[in-house]
Design a protein around this ligand. Sequence first.
Ligand SMILES: [Fe+2]
Ligand SMILES: [Fe+2]
Length: 425
Amino acid sequence: MLDEKITDQESLGETSSLDFEPMQAWRNKILNAILLTLVAADIIAFMPGVLVSLKADLITTAIINIAAFLWITCIYFLKKIPYKIRAVNLILLLYLLGMWMTFHFGPHGAGFFILFSFPIITGPLLGLRAGSIALILNSLSLVFFMIATTNGIITWKWSYQTENWLVILTSFVLLNVLSTIAITVLMKGLEKTIFNLKAVNLNLKIVNDKLKDAYIDTIHRLVIAAEYKDTDTGDHVVRISKYSAFIAEKLGLSQEEIEKILYSSPMHDIGKIGIPDRILMKNGKLTESEYDFMKSHTQIGSKILSQSNSGILRYAQQIALYHHEKWNGKGYPDGLSKHEIPLAARIVGLVDVFDTLTSKRPYKDPYPIEIAVDFITKEKGEHFDPELVDILVKYLDDFIKIKEEINPSDDKIIKSYEWSERDRN
Ligand SMILES: [Fe+2]
Ligand SMILES: [Fe+2]
C-alpha cells in the first residue's frame, strides 16, 4: 500500500521530447493513401468499365484496365519494396496510362486528366526535380499530340484546329505547372519546418539534460553537507546509490524505478543535519535519550523532503522516513513490517547497514566483509527483507566491486576487527 505512494511520481530523467515524423514517413503516407484510393476507385469505377469494354469488343482497353488494376494493387500491397521503386512505378503507370488513353480517346477521355495529375503527384512523392521533369515530359507529350493530330498521324473522334490546340496546350501546361509547384513547395516547406522543429527539440533535450545534471549535482552536494559530519566524505551516499540501484536492477524493476532509487537513495540520512554533533560523532555507546534523538533523523529528513513538487524528492522522503523500519516490525519510526515498508526504503535500509558496517565512521573502523555479511544473514527475515538479503549474498562480488570503485584510501577492507562500543550488544 505504501509502495503505491511512491509509484505515481514523475521521473527525474523525464524529458519533454516531441516526436516529429520524418519527411520520408509523410511521403510514404501520401503514397499509400494515393494507392489505396486508386485500388478502391479501380474496384468501383474501372472494373465495371472493363465489363463495358468487353461488351463493346474493346479487348485491348479491357486488358490494359485489368493490367493497370493489378499493377496498382501490387504496388499498394508490396510495402516491403523500397519506397522509390513503388513511387516510380506509380508515376510510370500514371504516365503510360495517361498517354495510352489520350492516344486512343483524345483530350475528351480520362487520359488527359491522368496526364494532368501525373506531375502533381510526382512532385510531392519524389521532390521538385522529379516534378519538373514530369512537367517537361507532359508538355512534350502534349506538343507531340498537337503535331500528330494536326498532321493527321493520329485521328480522334473530335479533332481541334492548331489555334484551339495552342489554347489547350498553354492552359494545360500553365495550370499543371502552378498546381505542381504549389504542392511541391508546400511539401518543401513542411520538410524544412520538420527539420527546424527537430533541431529545436534536440536543443530542448540538451538544456533539459543539463538542468537534470545540475539538479542531481545540487542534491548530491546538499547530501554531502548533511553527511559530512558522519562520514567525512560523500563516498557513503555514492555507494548507497549504486548498491540500491544494483538491487533494484536485480529485482527486475523498470528503468524509471531504478533511476528514482539511484537519485533519491543518497538523501536517506539528510535528517542527520538536525542531530547535534555530540550525538552524531559520539565515540561510544549512545544513551537511551541520545538514541531516541538519533532516531528522529528519519522524521527530520522526511520533513525536509516533504511537500515538494519533485517526484524524486517525494520518493526520497519515503526512503528517509522508513529506511530504519525492520522486516519484523521492530524498527522505527512507525514499526511497519514486511511489505508495509516501501520497497525502496527496504533496499536502502539493507545497503545502508552493509555500507556502514564495512566503512570507517568517526566512532569505528571498517569491519571485514564476511563479518558484515554474517551479521546481515543472521538478520534475514528479522531486520531485513529475506529476498533482498539473498540478492546481496548472491551478488556479493558485485557489491565488493562497487565498494572498491568508490572507496577512500583510509577505508580499505580489513581482515582484523574489533566491534566498536556503539555496535556492541
Ligand atoms: Fe539513517
Ligand atoms: Fe546512511
